[in-house]
Write a protein of this length. Structure first.
Length: 181
């Protein structure tokens, strides 16, 4: 039997491939056999980054429990914690309670695993800046409770509170950031 690999997968490790296709048993087997859990793809992403960005809490947990580096950065200085945040606040599915709950679960797994809640990504943003941009008050609360720096400024000079005001976020979110500001 001959197995061929699509060109898009040639630059990815087995860990990436198995995680992407949800082959959990093969993912565990490959990690137990010494495949580099922190291998990066052509974009500089680890399988953990990909699992977090795709909102797969079970894979994030499996990878963290098996030694994935929760603070590794990609080529744009993004960490897994930052990549766990949706890139657009406008998709209806991002407002779904089950989606928000999955993101919170991922954040908890990453932070319990030692992720730096104040790590900066591109444009100097922390996960808290991104949560404010997304508009998810529960996620903002989670990050604040975990010690997110409320005075961190992004490259535009904005704190999370200033961003919340500029974006006309909920009163609850603005007050949450103001009370602790």
């Amino acid at each position: 039997m001959k197995i061929t690999v699509r060109p898009s997968f040639k630059e990815e490790s087995l860990v990436h491939f198995f995680s992407w296709h949800e082959f959990e048993e093969l993912l565990l087997l490959s990690v137990s056999r010494g495949v580099d859990i922190n291998a990066v793809d052509r974009d500089g992403w680890t399988a953990l980054m990909s699992a977090a960005a795709r909102t797969r809490p079970q894979h994030v947990k499996l990878l963290v429990e098996n030694g994935a580096d929760v603070n590794k950065q990609d080529g744009q200085s993004e960490t897994t914690l930052n990549l766990a945040m949706p890139r657009s606040p406008y998709r209806a599915s991002y407002r779904d309670e089950s989606f928000i709950s999955s993101v919170r679960t991922i954040l908890d797994i990453l932070m319990d695993g030692g992720a730096d809640v104040n790590a900066r990504g591109s444009e100097g943003e922390t996960a808290l800046h991104r949560a404010v941009y997304w508009g998810a008050t529960d996620v903002v609360r989670c990050l604040v409770e975990r010690g997110a720096n409320l005075q961190a400024r992004n490259e535009d000079g904005n704190t999370p509170h200033q961003l919340a005001v500029q974006l006309s976020r909920s009163r609850e979110m603005v007050e949450l950031l103001l009370l602790r500001y």
